[in-house]
Design a protein around this ligand. Structure first.
Ligand SMILES: [Mg+2]
Length: 373
């Protein structure tokens, strides 16, 4: 038996590109746990939905994390429980693990089987702010490697804006050479000992993804991420047959059930679940174990807020088939304006706190900046 849940509060707070949504699960003894729900331009809608979960949770035993995961999952099954709903579940699940850790006085990774490793190897994203020319990217890459990073991610296809009209679309041939030059400049600057990870953001149709991946393959790409949109694994299979580059997918796959065909059809060398979308710490753990049977490493996605980073980190501390943890380097400052204590990121590693629960809380001065929803 654990603590009884007495309340659920949602917070809509300043983020980076969009506001972030957090959820707090309160217990009747005054303790609480915090989680984050994936959001974007939809953040007011997500916050409103998260704020209405009380009737499903109040009065329940907060230690029954697995039971409550299924209670929420099946409550929405007539609408489809993947995506929006698995994101809501993620926030609650993370908050329940945080609360349970605080109640028992242990960090979450101790509840998951204990530390498999001492610290988590990172890969850096967002290190290229302000870069335009290939030389700019080369210089920024060198700076990042000099700080201790050993893997760099970027989307070199920056002329291709995030645009709903370009979901599964082509890419202007005129921009291709520029993208390839950026990757060449990075490889030439950092040498062979650094991983270059390419993010295609799931925007291309099959022929375009194949053409772009093969264009940059000579620069030894660590992975080509989301070559095609996530809706159709068969399109990814078609890409696989026509390109030699390693693939990583998963930031827009929800729960073990959407990772199953990726693993069974051998469509990716790496998977990258997002802990605040795919079903929380419980589900990230299950997906990692499933991938372990295929000898596929796991690399949690982070583009969406501070609890994404720390909940993924806590899980990976206790996970054998961990590869690297993504850190949105450009967002770290904002993460640390939201959280106390600040995250310990040094020399290309994330050092996970041994304080109870997630080890970090939302700052009071940050909570005071709540945005109406
Ligand atoms: Mg991505």
């Amino acid at each position: 038996m654990g603590l009884k849940i007495s309340g659920v509060t949602a917070y809509h707070l300043p983020g980076t590109r969009y506001p972030w949504v957090f959820v707090r699960i309160e217990a009747e003894n005054g303790m609480y746990g915090i989680g984050q729900v994936s959001s974007g331009p939809n953040s007011p809608v997500v916050a409103a939905a998260a704020s209405r979960l009380g009737p499903l949770l109040v009065g329940e035993d907060a230690s029954r994390i697995e039971y409550l995961w299924y209670k929420l999952y099946t409550s929405f099954s007539s609408l489809g429980s993947l995506g929006f709903v698995s994101a809501l579940i993620s926030g609650v699940d993370i908050a329940l693990w945080d609360l349970r850790g605080k109640e028992l006085g242990l960090p979450v990774y101790e509840l998951l089987g204990g530390a498999y490793r001492e610290k988590l190897l990172l890969y850096s994203n967002g290190w290229f702010s302000g870069c335009v020319t290939p030389d700019d990217f080369g210089r920024a890459a060198k700076r990042t490697v000099d700080e201790g990073h050993t893997a760099l991610k970027l989307d070199p296809f920056k002329q291709h804006k995030h645009d709903f009209q370009k979901h599964g679309a082509g890419y202007d041939a005129a921009d291709e050479a520029h993208a390839a030059e950026i990757v060449r400049a990075i490889r030439e600057t950092v040498g062979q000992g650094v991983e270059i990870l390419i993010d295609a953001h799931g925007r291309f149709d099959v022929p375009t993804a194949v053409r772009l991946a093969n264009l940059i393959a000579p620069y030894r790409i660590g992975w080509f991420e989301e070559p095609v949109p996530p809706e159709n694994p068969d399109a990814l299979e078609q890409f696989r047959q026509r390109s030699p580059v390693p693939v990583c997918v998963g930031e827009r796959l929800y729960t073990r059930w959407q990772f199953r065909p990726i693993l069974e059809k051998k469509l990716a060398e790496y998977i990258m679940p997002d802990v605040i979308r795919t079903g929380g710490i419980s589900e990230l753990r299950r997906i990692a174990t499933m991938a372990e049977a295929f000898f596929v490493p796991v690399s949690p996605h982070d583009a969406t807020g501070p609890i994404t980073l720390v909940a993924g980190a806590q899980t990976m501390m206790a996970t054998a088939n961990f590869y690297r943890l993504e850190i949105a380097y450009s967002e770290l400052e904002q993460y640390n304006r939201a959280m106390t204590p600040a995250f310990d990121v040094r020399g290309g590693y994330f050092h996970v706190s041994d304080r109870p629960g997630l080890g970090h809380d939302l700052r009071e001065d940050y909570l005071a900046q709540a945005i109406p929803f």
